[in-house]
Write a protein of this length. Sequence first.
Length: 198
Amino acid sequence: MAKVSIGLRGWRFDQEEVFDEDGEFRPLDEVSEDIRKRLIRLTYLQEKPCDACYLTYGEEEKRRANQAAIVYGEPMEEVLLCADHEADFLYWFREAGGKELVGSERFRDEFHEWFAAGNRAPEGYGGLEHVDTDPSTLPTPPDPAELNRRLNESYEGERKRIDLRTGEITTVEEAEDADGEAPPPLDDVDLGREYPTK
């Protein structure tokens, strides 16, 4: 099964899991949750600056930062890099303990701290060779409400409702019978309420 990167190099996908027989992207609700999360995240990460460039130039001169071409790490904890800084990341990962942080919430921050402290790969340290086909092509993510609706339609189990006051879990149908009405939609919940803090 061939592996491909989409949009940015680094994250690799099994080609058959992402593309159908005609070479078109599979609908996002037909791929695994991990693949869906990465593809949606990639649509956000494109055109972001390289983390190492940003650390070098800062907010004041961020226009000098190269656009990221490579992504490593897990979604939401990823490191974005340009080709010029990939070797620095790979050196940190292979030789300076980065590999031990795979999957941890400190992955990105630890690389940033290492790089900001002036650490770099030795001169001539080798990176990885990549083959680009069409790095700018990404699927258009569906509307989140539409994706949720489609996923719920394909769910054959009973929908559940959790009463946050009591912790009791009931099916939506049981909750409707008990209350005489359907549970409120999430968009009616006031999430902007301020709560006391210490």
